[in-house]
Design a protein around this ligand. Sequence first.
Ligand SMILES: NC(=O)c1ccc[n+]([C@@H]2O[C@H](COP(=O)([O-])OP(=O)(O)OC[C@H]3O[C@@H](n4cnc5c(N)ncnc54)[C@H](OP(=O)(O)O)[C@@H]3O)[C@@H](O)[C@H]2O)c1
Length: 149
Amino acid sequence: MSVVRSDVAGVAQARSVADLPLDDMVDKDLCMNIGLLGVGAIGKTLGQKLSAAGHDVKVANSRGPETIDADVLSTGARAVPVTEAVKDVDVVILSIPLARIPDVAPLIATVPSETVVIDTSNYVPFPDSELDAVEAIEAGQVESLWVSE
Ligand SMILES: NC(=O)c1ccc[n+]([C@@H]2O[C@H](COP(=O)([O-])OP(=O)(O)OC[C@H]3O[C@@H](n4cnc5c(N)ncnc54)[C@H](OP(=O)(O)O)[C@@H]3O)[C@@H](O)[C@H]2O)c1
């Protein structure tokens, strides 16, 4: 069992993910194995911060480990294929566009029930991109319900 101390004041003061005081929030003796899907604006920062804090972090994107920037791995995270990222971890973090969640849903369904799955996504409708439009959400379905289904 791993424990992350809460730092409510630090979190409240943070103006972006990059400001979050994650390095100070983690008990170094109780680090976790984390699998992170998505290394874009949000996932990259999470991967850097969590590995800098001492967690064992595996990161993956849709195009394969060789396409992940060295910068993402600069604090110790390891680039792996998507299937490897969710294996033998305490926590899976999804940091991919919400409309891409169905792509990884079958894989997520294979993780053990005790694995914590954290989803950073929110629905950002791009009027000029039909690819990312989610019909059910556009029709009024609550995002979290759509994700859970
Ligand atoms: N940006 C923000 O300020 C912000 C704030 C709060 C929440 N969010 C939410 O957090 C999520 C991530 O946002 P972002 O801005 O970091 O996105 P982003 O910069 O577009 O990065 C998306 C990442 O997801 C990966 N990805 C896409 N499909 C995948 C798949 N099937 N399997 C594995 N990886 C996949 C992409 O890899 P490839 O490049 O290889 O496709 C890329 O690394 C979104 O849902 C967003 O709405 C964003």
